[in-house]
Write a protein that binds this ligand. Structure first.
Ligand SMILES: [Zn+2]
Length: 255
């Protein structure tokens, strides 16, 4: 069982681990900060550094209860090897911004239009959310964007807490999330709280406060059947000092 380090600290860019198991094209580590593709958030990528080489982590997936790191090569890797994992931080940080942005857009639309979030997905440089029941005009999109951008400036903190399921049911705004889709055996739930704005069970990766989103640009809507409306948005680009591509010495510094 891999210890999922990103659940404790979404900002962990590098970590030490040990190889627990090797499969066809993948390894399983005793601990990992790589986020596996799930819940509409794409896979993390990066590198594993071994004694004398480094390999690319191309995809991370949860399969058969395991977190599998699919590598460019598993040649020469053996069980018990000590490795250092390094995330492609630019990629992950962009997804954290888009995903946290999705919490914000969902909360704002629920508040302004009483529309539920029924689906969401993150793409390489934008995110989409499906709402129901609602139909947006161009003016509505502008109102949503303006409300989000004014909230972003308010610097509201984000907290991740474990909360008993019945308390979540009591405190969450009706329509904010589909609790019946989460197996009833999961209790307590991992809940994301945006100060005074949102409370929602979620297993994804989040920013520390919504100010880091930088800003939201709603650029498209698409009307679907059953009074559903898909909204697409981007978050403001923030240059991030990446950890990938730096020299190996730099990658180890500050450890
Ligand atoms: Zn989330």
């Amino acid at each position: 069982m891999t210890e999922e380090l990103y659940k404790e600290d979404c900002y962990l860019k590098k970590f030490d681990a040990e190889v627990d198991k090797i499969g066809k094209g993948y390894v399983i580590l005793d601990r990992s900060s790589f986020y596996p593709q799930e819940g509409g958030q794409p896979t993390d990528q990066g590198k594993l550094l071994l004694d004398n080489e480094e390999v690319d982590v191309q995809e991370v997936r949860k399969e058969k209860g395991e977190i599998r790191h699919y590598l460019s090569s598993t040649d020469g890797i053996t069980k018990g090897d000590k490795v250092k994992g390094v995330l492609d931080w630019n990629r992950r940080y962009k997804f954290m911004k888009l995903h946290t942005g999705q919490h914000l857009v969902s909360a704002v639309v629920l508040d302004m239009y009483k529309a539920d979030t029924v689906d969401s997905k993150i793409h390489s440089d934008y995110a989409e959310v499906v709402f129901r029941p609602v139909s947006f005009s161009e003016e509505d999109l502008e109102k949503i964007e303006n409300r989000c951008n004014s909230l972003v400036k308010e610097d509201r903190g984000i907290e991740v807490v474990d909360m008993p399921r019945d308390e979540v049911e009591e405190r969450m705004e009706p329509g904010r999330a589909q609790l019946d889709k989460i197996p009833s055996s999961i209790d307590p739930l991992r809940v994301i709280k945006i100060e005074g704005l949102d409370l929602c069970p979620c297993g994804g990766t989040h920013l520390r406060d919504i100010e880091e989103i930088g800003g939201i640009k709603v650029f498209e809507k698409e009307s679907l059947s059953d009074e559903r409306e898909k909204v697409k948005f981007r978050t403001r680009y923030t240059p991030v000092q990446g950890t990938i591509g730096e020299s190996r010495e730099e990658e180890f510094s500050g450890q």
